[in-house]
Design a protein around this ligand. Structure first.
Ligand code: ARG
Ligand code: ZN
Length: 854
């Protein structure tokens, strides 16, 4: 059944109050629910309570058992109710340890925990499982005291005590209205890293991060990030925390990153646990980013939630934007922006260009879990960022204040958000709303011409929005472009930066007083999520890569120069590498640049990003061209790389932006030394691997070795395994590093690793560490014989039986078949068809596969 956005109707019954009573047990948990229900409006429909796999053990209405006025309908419980308000009580039994979907109440490493977003609550109890039904929750839990000494739920603890026979109980109450997707409980043997935070208005908040005892030393970074997030949201958005307690729990089996349950965030442990020995700098950054993201949801998501799941980007796009800005403020804003754009281009652009393309506010879905996408999250964040760019920071803040004030305590829509921005700013955002309804990445053609004698320049802009599934025709999008012109000789900007709003198919801008040949810097800071094509020459790009004062534009010019060179080489079998080599040399030598930026700028675009620029992807040709350029860069600049390698050696580990930048540039340099073929490269990498006092350097060296044919490779992999086999998160890195290898035998290696005793498909982190990473290794995955495709399809089928949501996330790489040659396309399709033909396919996988074939 397809759900359509336009079919939205307000709930027929409301549930202002709910009391839940859990008798917790991994094999058989008894759940009793007491709902105060209220007819909403004039109608005679029965009360409909969603349920998934639940059998009612008893149903009471106003205290009396119901014999025949209820029935089950596709899992839901229907009850005929005579009056407008009633008390409905139900009782069910569920088995958390048998829950392999990790949705609802499940067991993970001896804990019991929940995940309800989007529709997991219906696997716990009968309830109207939709985000516009807001209730006050009281939760009582009882459990064995030895196995489950800690009992947590949303809100504040209101009571606890002993029961007979080794059991105990606790009761929690959440004073805030919330939808059921924000419900959470955790029971387990946990210890806490505790701290305090005083809000701006003087509220004392107890903070606790709950983990298994052995993990306690790895929680300080997350705690520091939490405090920083709380302060940041007060400072930048005027948003304070609202309960006396804020709890975070880390669990090792989790379908995605983390969940913003009110007052009780539950995290995938990979986004909480970090210490220098086991986590890389990128891991530290991800921990801080996700902690901030979930914390920010307290306002953008919880205090103001979504009316229906089509509005998901209302909370996710806005919250990603907020966490991106937070991270930018904590470290290098320029490098953060580069990383965000790289991530958008790696995940969202391909999605927007393929069979699963959808607007940030989708029109329909079969399974909502399939819409927790890079489009809803990351393109959604770009849309919010464009609003801020167009309105300016001050009016944007006034708009967000108005949004929170108007909609606090309610379930809102994307339209509500835009209207608040409109009302606060006085700006007409009618056309801007197209960003919510139209899918596809707009393309902007920009050509600059110079009339030297007249001292004028003319910039012609033209946009097209490609057709996407269900949307053959598109209207022009309002595209905010930050633009500057540089004088080729003087290097000066003519008249400063301009913000141009391209809101038509075509637009022309005239510049006066342009006395020398101008060079165009466009979409500075990546002001709009579009693809820009320009008539700039290689010299222009080299100029910008050395002189643009916008760090993103500078990085972008270098990337474009590299890309043009690679695409030319792929098309003609050869290309002049000299401009790239010169630009990289200049960047390495520029004393004004910090190491973190240099490391980003000198990296070649990924093989898949190169593929995205080609009419038809040729994975082998791309790999050869990129390796040839890498080798050439390595050889031509070998002395420079060795110098950078030596100059960025640290004596002792330190976690600071400067030290992080140095580590990054050091490993990037090591990669180029290895690419040069220098005889000492494996030994150098092995030294770094052995002597590292932190995971960033160690894994960096391992990654370089993983691509090599040297004996050091096997020695390092074995040593890494022996050292970390007991640490699941680090062992994930061991799998990933091998799955990402550029060696010719990666497919076989991955097949072998799938049979390794430490590999399991039941743990989503481990599954993704091997299978997800492999599918992202363009050349290995697109093995011409189709072994990669078969491997992935087998995995989809196996995982689907356990965990449909996670299985469905593996499908998109196969769905890109239209982008490949006939042989590969046929093999990819054949695997999709094999999956589609399998009996008992989940809705999740069915939707992704059928859309991919359509
Ligand atoms: N709201 C959570 C977060 O962003 C993610 C929930 C994902 N749910 C899902 N069904 N995929 O922060
Ligand atoms: Zn989120």
């Amino acid at each position: 059944p397809v759900i359509h956005r336009e079919d939205y109707r307000p709930p027929e019954w409301l549930v202002p109050d709910i009391a839940l009573d859990f008798a917790l047990d991994p094999a058989a948990t008894r759940v009793r629910a007491r709902l105060e229900v209220q007819r909403n409006g004039e109608h005679a429909h029965p009360l409909r309570l969603d349920g998934d796999g639940l059998v009612p053990l008893s149903v009471l209405v106003d205290g009396a058992p119901l014999a025949d006025s209820w029935r089950l309908d596709g899992g839901a419980l229907l009850i005929d109710l005579p009056g407008d308000t009633h008390i409905v009580e139900t009782e069910v039994e569920i088995a958390p340890e048998a829950n392999s979907q990790l949705m609802g109440l499940y067991a993970s490493g001896g804990l019991l925990c929940t995940q309800c977003e989007a529709e997991g609550f219906r696997r716990i109890t009968f309830f109207p499982d939709r985000p516009d039904v807001l209730s006050r929750y009281t939760v009582r839990m009882e459990a064995d005291r030895t196995r489950y000494p800690i009992l947590l739920a949303n809100g504040d603890p209101v009571g606890a005590g002993e029961l007979g026979d080794g059991r105990h109980w606790a009761e929690w109450r959440d004073p805030f209205l919330k939808p059921c997707y924000l419900f959470a409980l955790v029971a387990g043997d946990l210890v806490a890293n505790r701290a305090n935070f005083t809000t701006r208005s003087g509220r004392e908040v107890d903070l606790a991060i709950w983990v298994r005892e052995a993990d306690l030393p790895k929680t300080d970074h997350a705690m520091a990030a939490l405090k920083a997030s709380m302060a940041w949201d007060e400072h930048v958005y005027g948003r304070e925390y609202d309960l006396a307690m804020f709890n975070i729990v880390a669990v090792s089996d989790f379908n995605f990153g983390a969940m913003e349950n009110k007052g009780l965030n539950i995290f995938n442990s990979r986004y909480i646990l970090a210490d220098p020995e086991t986590a890389t700098d990128a891991d530290f950054d991800a921990v801080a980013g996700v902690v901030a993201h979930e914390y920010f949801h307290n306002w953008s998501g919880n205090r103001v939630t979504c009316r229906d799941w089509f509005q998901l980007s209302l909370k996710e796009g806005f919250t990603v934007f907020r966490d991106q800005c937070f991270s930018a403020d904590q470290g290098s804003a320029a490098v953060k922006r580069i990383e965000d754009v790289r991530c958008l281009r790696a995940a969202q652009f391909p999605e927007d260009a393929g069979p699963l393309a959808h607007p940030i506010r989708p029109e329909s879905y079969i399974e909502i879990s399939n819409f927790y996408t890079a489009t809803v999250y990351n393109k959604g964040a770009e849309v919010i960022r464009m609003l801020r760019t167009m309105l300016g920071a001050e009016r944007f803040r006034q708009g967000s204040d108005l949004y929170f004030e108007r909609h606090d305590g309610t379930a809102a829509t994307c339209e509500d958000f835009v209207r608040a921005m409109e009302d606060a700013s006085g700006e007409d955002l009618t056309d801007f709303r197209r960003w919510y309804s139209q899918a596809g990445t707009p393309r902007v053609k920009a050509s600059l011409s110079h009339d030297a004698p007249g001292g004028r320049a003319r910039l012609e802009l033209e946009q097209t929005v490609p057709a996407t599934p269900g949307q053959p025709e598109k209207l022009a999008m309002p595209i905010p472009l930050r633009i500057a012109l540089f004088g080729e000789r003087s290097g000066e900007i003519f008249g400063g930066e301009q913000l141009v709003l391209l809101d038509d198919e075509k637009h022309e801008i005239l510049f006066e007083g342009i006395s020398e040949r101008p060079i165009l810097s466009i979409n500075r800071g990546f002001s709009a999520p579009v693809i820009v094509e320009t008539n700039r020459t290689a010299d222009d790009l080299a100029f910008l890569s050395a002189h643009d004062d916008d760090p993103f534009a500078r990085y972008e010019a270098m990337q474009q120069l590299m890309l043009d060179t690679l695409v030319a080489r792929i098309a003609h079998g050869s290309a002049d590498h000299a401009p790239v080599i010169q630009a990289v040399r200049d960047t390495l030598a520029d004393p004004a640049l910090d190491a973190a930026f240099v490391a980003e700028a000198v990296l070649l675009p990924s093989e898949s990003f190169i593929g995205d620029q080609m009419p038809l992807v040729d994975p082998d040709a791309i790999h050869r061209a990129r390796e040839a350029l890498r080798t050439d860069l390595g050889r031509s600049l070998l002395t420079d790389w060795r110098e950078a390698y030596a100059a960025n050696a640290a004596n002792r580990y330190e976690y600071s932006p400067t030290a992080k930048g140095a580590r990054r540039l050091r490993t990037v340099s090591l990669g180029y030394i290895a690419a040069s073929g220098a005889a000492d490269a494996p030994a150098l990498a092995f030294d770094q691997f052995g002597q590292a006092d932190n995971m960033t350097d160690r894994q960096g060296a391992l990654g370089v070795l993983a691509n090599s044919m040297s004996p050091e490779r096997e020695k390092a992999l074995a040593a890494f395994y022996e050292r970390y086999r007991g640490d699941a998160l680090v062992l994930d890195k061991w799998f990933t590093t091998q799955a990402l290898s550029t060696r010719d035998d990666t497919v076989e290696q991955v097949e072998r690793l799938a049979a390794h005793p430490d590999f399991t498909i039941a743990n989503p982190n481990r599954l993704r560490s091997l299978v997800g990473a492999f599918a992202a290794n363009q050349r290995a995955f697109h093995d011409l014989a189709g072994r990669g495709y078969r491997f992935l399809a087998d995995m989809v089928l196996r995982v689907d039986r356990l965990n449909p949501q996670t299985a469905a996330k593996l499908v998109p790489p196969l769905g890109r078949w239209r982008r490949f040659d006939a042989t590969r396309a046929a093999r990819m399709r054949a695997e999709l068809e094999r999956v589609l033909a399998a009996p008992d396919l989940s809705r999740d996988v069915f939707e992704q596969v059928s859309k991919s074939l359509a």
